[in-house]
Unconditional design. Sequence first.
Length: 211
Amino acid sequence: MRLGICGGSFDPFHRGHLDPVLAARATMQWDRILYVPACLQPFKPERAIASAYDRFAMAVLATESRDDLGVSKLELERGSISYSVETLEALRTEMPNATFDWIIGDDNLSRLDRWKSIDRIFELANFVVLSRLTSGAGEVALVPELLQSRIGSARARSRCGTIIFAENRTVPVSSTEIRERVRDGRPIDEFVDPRVSRYIHQYQLYREAHS
C-alpha cells in the first residue's frame, strides 16, 4: 500500500490543500491519501485560530465524498507540538508494510534539515514536494546541500529515503487570505468546499481579527 500523508494546520481546509495533492496522485500512485491536522506546528508556534475540533471537522467535510481520502486525529489527540517523526512512528506501527510519502510544499524545503529527527524520518518515509517550479536546477537549489543526494524520481523511489518533486497544479490561495475574506464579508466559495463554507458561516469562524 502506498500512502500519501499531508500535514498542516488546515485553518481552514481549502482547495490548495486538495487539488495539488490529487493532481500528483497519478504520478505517485497513492492508494490512499491521509490528512493529519496539526495541534501545534514546530515552525509556527502560534496557536491555530479555529479549534482543533473545528479544523478536524472542516477537513472531514472537505474530503468525505471520496473513499480514498481520510483525516487522522493522531496529532490533535497528542495535544502538543506536532512532530512528523512521531506521527510516522505511530503510522508505521499501524501499517508496517506500507510505503509512506510525506507531502510538503516547496516552501518547506530550505529548512527540511532542521526537522526533528530528520534521519529517522527518512528511514520511515519519502518526501514528496508539491512544487511551483518548472526548472530542475531551481528545485535542487531549494534543497539543503546535505539532502540533495536524496533527490530521486517517483518511479524509482523505494519505501523511504527519497525526495521527489511531484507534478501538480497550483491553487493561488492561502488560509490567511480565506480568513481575511471571511472577516471582511467577502465570498470564499471559490476556494473551499461548499460544506466547509457553510460550516465556517454556521459557527461564525474567523469573524474577528487576529494578529
